[in-house]
Design a protein around this ligand. Structure first.
Ligand code: BGC
Length: 749
């Protein structure tokens, strides 16, 4: 009786706790819908179309703001944009970062006009590309780029990146971030590979969700949260040529199997907006793709947020893609396909054309109401109608020591040790070191694009107090023990003789090679092999006979087959961010133990881009997966042993979960972190199965001699694939699980 009473009381309390929360969230959604509908009912067609229009700050400025010129708003143009054209959104891809106070001035001017001079006082939603931190705010915490973050295999760190970035961006007065990038990086030459979380669909989905949880939290109305924008929906990351903004051929099965799931997971995690693919899939430009933008996103997934075009891409349907015969046709096609907001961004042509189309009944007002409703909904959710102005609350925490410390930890965990013969690393602190190569003495190479400027290549604008690799090593082992001779630029031989000479007085050589910063189309390459000048420098350093450590700092895997076998130790870093120099020095000298793993396949041959989750026929009958280093590969200064791979059952029924346990032990002499990766293989099925696919990962930290049991739960979703009918399908049969060097099979009956 007492027990029943307890149960009753428990249920009562639980219901009291749970029910009000549900009612609250339902009511607030309802309340927002009510407000949106009320506002829509008061709006003129002009005001509605203005909401769908986004212009760049450059279009309303007197001077652009470059490293040589201060930015200045053109208040008359700004007023025209907001009052005459009713624009709903502004963005910038400026050439310089500004301090927080200047940002506040800009946002205040913008919102003052919206709130005081427009009839309905609809606030502006300002958007920005804060890709790896608050890019355009001076001194912002700039984390490792996405590919480096994925190398940590640590979603907790990614969540922190989301939290800190949104806090710093919002502290600048900006509530909308064009991030995360959920493109799947399956072409290693693509110049935006480093903006992705790598080649694996599961890894990307997990990192995307973690970022969104950090950036949006449970309520984007909180002053330190913002609305994210998923991009670039969809298929952008797989151009056949490897060149940016060129076409992809992705059939519907591949689209559903690899490209859609990260976006679906992010939408389920509450993402509020989506940016559209600038390229073309199967001959259909992203901005004219009704199937993706409406059928999948709206009808299947019930996405309630809004979509925004990418830069000038509606115009491009006419000027570049030749699918629209006139600019009018381009606007009609894109809006009817499902584009809600146009990043025009230099003029008001979209506004004028769309107005004409609506008045001429070529675009139904119903479609306009739908688009505007979605935009207003996010503005309400962000709390912009209550207060569109910058909130000063988090200004003091901007780029705090705590944020810098988080950044340093992320950078350390992002570095990947792929070769360490004779345990050359870690180096002793009392050695004389020659550092050479083009990536050793610059901050911009650690950060890449979207850093302070779009291309990230203005070294003079970088914060001088931060450490390059040379500076970080000098501060660790003493300036007198370090000699730096650049030896070569990225693609030009410099003073190699001086480097060779300096090697004579050194105990070891740190060879810092890789890529300059770049972003989007300017980063296109014709050859994925590392530049000849750098390979030449490497050969000359190898010839000196001194032990060489190769450090690759790059946004994509440049082929280095010619030198790898002649070098004892190799470290890879896919752009470790503003604390990258310190993190690398810590790893080199053993103050941190490397724990990064490759989130992509590192190709060995220039014409072999086979990925880790390839189909059987790609590694059978004369074909092979023969990378320089495989996906998931990465060493440590300690060793880990896997044992006791154990299942809750050996036979499961459809719909059941399977619990997988494994023990990991640190069998070396130093503390270390290990990312435990679980791969699943469906041995036989109607659509040819990949050899294996990542279905779980967890990072553990272990003292020497310590063991931990790691548990994974495989759900029916993990066993599912896109079937012959293009629907999620699970087929009975035998599955293999691989963790570390262990393998075990179970049967689905
Ligand atoms: C890029 C987007 C970016 C947009 C706005 C485009 O060129 O493709 O990723 O968000 O510009 O800066």
């Amino acid at each position: 009786m007492k027990f029943l009473l307890k149960v009753f009381l428990f249920l009562l309390t639980a219901s009291l706790v749970i029910i009000p929360i549900q009612i609250f969230s339902q009511q607030s959604e309802k309340e927002i819908d009510r407000k949106v509908n009320l506002l829509l009912s008061k709006m003129t067609t002009e005001e509605k179309i203005g909401q769908m229009t986004q212009v760049t700050l450059q279009a309303v400025s007197k001077t652009q703001g470059t490293k040589d010129q201060h930015h200045e708003l053109d208040l008359q143009k700004l007023e025209d944009a907001i009052v005459k054209y009713h624009v709903g959104s502004i963005l910038n891809v400026w050439d310089v970062a500004h301090d927080i106070n200047y940002w506040h001035k800009i946002i205040n001017h913008i919102q003052d006009l919206a709130v005081n001079k427009t009839r309905l006082k609809i606030p502006i939603i300002y958007g920005i590309d804060a890709i790896h931190g608050a890019t355009y705010t001076k001194g912002g915490t700039l984390f490792p780029q996405a590919l480096a973050m994925a190398s940590t295999f640590n979603v907790e760190l990614e969540k922190k990146v989301g939290e800190i970035t949104s806090q710093e961006v919002r502290a600048s007065g900006i509530p909308w971030n064009f991030y995360p990038v959920l493109d799947i990086g399956r072409h290693p030459a693509w110049p935006r590979l480093w903006e992705t979380f790598g080649e694996d669909v599961f890894l990307i989905s997990q990192f995307g969700k973690a970022y969104i949880q950090g950036a949006q939290g449970n309520n984007i109305n909180n002053p330190d949260k913002l609305a994210v924008c998923l991009k670039h929906y969809n298929g952008y990351g797989f151009p056949i040529t490897g060149k940016d903004r060129t076409q992809a051929w992705i059939g519907e099965r591949m689209m559903r199997e690899y490209f859609l799931p990260p976006f679906k997971a992010a939408i389920d995690a509450g993402a509020e907006s989506v940016m559209i693919n600038s390229g073309d899939v199967d001959g259909i430009p992203g901005h004219a793709n009704y199937f993706l933008l409406t059928q999948v996103l709206r009808n299947e997934w019930k996405f309630k947020g809004f979509t925004v075009s990418d830069w000038e891409d509606i115009k491009r349907l006419y000027t570049r893609d030749n699918v629209a015969e006139t600019p009018e046709d381009a606007v009609r096609m894109s809006v009817m396909a499902g584009v809600d907001m146009s990043m025009v961004p230099y003029d008001f042509s979209f506004y004028e054309i769309l107005l004409k189309l609506v008045k001429g009944k070529k675009v139904p007002i119903k479609r306009i109401d739908e688009a505007v409703g979605r935009i207003l909904r996010v503005k309400y959710k962000l709390g912009l109608f209550d207060n569109p102005y910058p909130n000063k609350k988090f200004v003091n925490e901007f780029a705090s020591d705590e944020h810098t410390q988080q950044n340093l930890e992320a950078a350390r965990e992002s570095i990947i040790l792929v070769k360490n013969d004779d345990e050359l690393l870690p180096l002793k602190k009392n050695i004389k070191l020659l550092i050479t190569g083009p990536t050793a003495d610059k901050l911009m190479v650690l950060n890449g694009g979207w850093t302070i400027t779009w291309q990230g290549n203005e070294e003079v604008l970088y914060p001088q107090e931060k450490f390059t690799i040379v500076e970080a090593i000098e501060s660790k082992i003493g300036k007198q023990n370090v000699t730096f001779v650049q030896g070569s630029d990225f693609n030009k031989t410099l003073d190699i003789e001086n480097a060779t000479e300096a090697a004579k007085n050194s105990d070891a050589i740190l060879l810092c090679l890789g890529e300059p910063p770049y972003c989007e189309t300017p980063g296109n390459i014709n050859d994925i092999t590392l530049d000849a000048a750098q390979l030449n420098l490497a050969e000359e350093m190898i010839k000196t006979g001194k032990p060489v450590v190769l450090l690759m700092i790059e946004g994509r895997p440049r082929v280095i087959k010619a030198i790898v076998h002649k070098i004892k130790s190799v470290l890879i870093s896919f752009l470790p961010g503003m604390e990258g120099g310190r993190a690398i020095a810590d790893i080199l000298f053993g103050d941190a133990n490397p724990s990064g793993k490759l989130p992509i396949t590192y190709p060995q041959h220039v014409n072999d881009f086979t990925l880790y989750d390839h189909k059987q026929l790609e590694s059978k009958e004369g074909n092979s997966y023969d990378p320089q280093w495989a996906f998931g590969y990465g060493l440590s200064y300690t060793t880990f042993e896997y044992s006791n791979l154990f299942f809750s059952k050996d036979i499961i029924k459809k719909g059941e979960n399977l619990v997988v346990n494994v023990t990991v032990k640190n069998t070396g002499k130093v503390k270390g972190k290990e990312s435990v990766l679980l791969y699943l293989s469906d041995l036989y099925r109607s659509v040819s199965p990949p050899v294996k696919q990542l279905k779980g990962f967890e990072k553990v930290e272990l003292e020497p001699g310590e063991s931990k049991e790691v548990e994974f739960i495989l759900t029916p979703q993990h066993l599912s694939f896109t079937g012959i009918d293009l629907k999620p399908t699970i087929e009975c049969g035998v599955f293999a699980v691989r963790v570390g060097n262990l393998k075990k099979e179970f049967t689905l009956k």
